[in-house]
Every structure is written in C-alpha cells, then in structure tokens.
Design a protein around this ligand. Structure first.
Ligand code: PAF
Length: 293
C-alpha cells in the first residue's frame, strides 16, 4: 500500500460512522491506516506511539476512550484523568490525522457489552489476578476499535507488557488482519515509566515511585552478572520494592516472555521478562523489563 505525505488539519470524530468515513476517504487515497488506541491523559509515551505510527502510516487515528469495562468496581474509572484539550494538541504535534473520541453510549449503546473476547491463557495471572475481568474488557474494546477503524497497523506501549501479549494472542487466534507493533516504554529521566496514573502522585510518592524501575534495573544487572535462578531474581525484585516504605508490592514475577508462565531459569537461551505491580500512595503502578538473554 502507498504511504501518502498529504496531511490536513487534525479532525475529531465522536461517532463510529464519522471515524469510518474519515478512514474510508484515506483508504481511497491509498493511505495505510495506523491506529493508536488510548484512554487519553496523554503523555510523552503516547507521543512516541503517535510518532511511530506516523512514520509507518499515511493516516494515524488516535482513539481516546476511557473504557469502563476494563475497570473493576473499586478502581479509578471515575477519577481517571481526562484532559481532552491537551490530548488533542499532543495528537496534532505527533502527526495524527484523526482523533476518535466516542462517548460510552456510542461504544456500548446496549449498556455494558454482553459479547466479550476472552484470552484466558494469558489473562488470569499477574494483572488479571489483581484485576479480575480487566483483560476481558481490554480485549473486547480493542477488537471493537479494530473492527471500527480497520487499521493496517496498531501501536501499543511495551509498558503494558501483559496487555500487549493478550492483544497479540487475540489477533493471532481470531485472524484479525492487523499488524500489532510494540513501542518501547518512555521513561522520566530518573527511570520512572511514563503513565497517565503518575498524575496521582504527590512529591513524596513521585520520589518513591522510582523504586519500580530501580528494582527492574537490579534484576537485569543480576542476570547480566550470571544469576540463572528465576526465584532469586524474584527475591531481588521483592526486596527492592519492600525497601521503599511508601511502596506496597502487589506482585513481582519473572515469566516466560511469550506465555507469561512463571520462569524457572533465566539468562542465555531463555526469553524472560520481569514484571512488577506496586501501589505507591494513591497510584497503582506497573513496569517490566525483558531480562538479558
Ligand atoms: O492501554 C490502554 O490505554 C488501554 O488499555 C487501551 C489499550 C486503550 C484499551 O482501552
């Protein structure tokens, strides 16, 4: 397919019919379509997604939708940050052509959706164990977005490692004709992974939050220096998080990088990933690192 260099002012569409119309026009012009699914409250990590999408596609569509079905009853759906004006400016700066920002009623006109996509083998552990139903909500809304926009390419941040694996598996199992691209985590200068939820942190918690990336750094260093036992790497992660009084560990796991099954050994010939979730004051943060192989 031809990549076009034409670009006009950014358009916002709130309806499925509206975004389909914009995409159909771009298709008629021979442009490839890149989708960046987001929940808004965009930051430099999202900007990188949009920029990478722009480099690979003729039209970038950014969806901004705080998807209620992926939040548990006691989670932060209501207070999730919503910054529509700043989001639009960031999308424009990154080179997006269309922002699709539907209301909940547009995406779920019959109330909470009754048809769901489940990827059980990857969804019940780690984030899924702490947030039952989360990945069912994610997989369902992402498949809806794929069906609505019908992109050639879709871009997801590697910070949400398990989400990325769930989406890849869904796409493979259901033969969805989308090329899923992972984009490396963007970090603050001290190592904290960019996240919309970092906005919840006050100054003390912000300082403490760096413990997640520090723990992952120590784990990677240990493997680089010869550690081969996944259990010892888990212990390094746990000890590191527990050394920070303002952080409360949810999980620290070392898993096979594809199946997310707990790893036994790490190092050369093994593809393993370290994954952490911890509560730091009002924010529940996650981070990960693929361990040296
Ligand atoms: O990663 C996110 O922001 C969301 O989980 C996603 C993929 C946009 C689905 O709502």
């Amino acid at each position: 397919m031809v990549k076009s260099t034409t670009s006009g002012p950014i358009q916002t569409r709130a309806t499925i019919a509206g975004v389909r119309e914009a995409v159909a026009l771009a298709r008629r012009e021979g442009r490839t379509i890149g989708l960046v699914p987001t929940m808004g409250a965009l930051h430099a990590g999202h900007l990188r997604l949009v920029e990478e999408a722009r480099a690979a596609s003729g039209l970038v569509v950014v969806s901004i939708f705080v998807n209620p079905t992926q939040f548990g009853p006691n989670e932060d759906f209501k207070r999730y940050p919503r910054t529509p004006d700043a989001d639009l400016a960031l999308c424009e700066a990154g080179g997006a052509g269309v922002v699709f920002a539907p209301e909940v009623e547009e995406m779920y006109p019959n109330g909470p959706s009754t048809t769901f996509v489940e990827v059980p083998s990857l969804s019940d552990r780690l984030e899924g164990a702490s947030r039952p139903g989360h990945f069912r909500g994610v997989a369902t809304v992402v498949l809806k977005l794929f069906t609505i926009v019908q992109p050639d390419l879709a871009f997801f941040g590697a910070k949400d490692y398990q989400q990325l694996q769930v989406i890849r598996r869904m796409v493979a199992d259901l033969d969805v004709p989308v090329d899923v691209r992972a984009v490396a985590t963007v970090r603050e200068p001290d190592g904290l992974a960019m996240s919309s939820r970092n906005r919840y942190l006050d100054a003390d918690h912000r300082r403490a939050a760096v413990v997640l990336s520090k723990a992952l750094g120590l784990a990677s260093e240990a493997v680089r220096e010869g550690e081969r036992h996944a259990d010892r790497v888990r212990q390094i992660l746990r000890d590191s998080i527990e050394s920070e009084p303002l952080a409360r560990l949810d999980y620290a796991e070392v898993a096979d990088a594809d199946t997310l099954e707990p790893a036994v050994e790490v190092g050369p010939g093994r593809r393993a990933v370290a994954l952490i979730a911890a509560r730091v004051g009002p924010a529940r943060l996650i981070d990960n690192a693929v361990l040296p192989g």
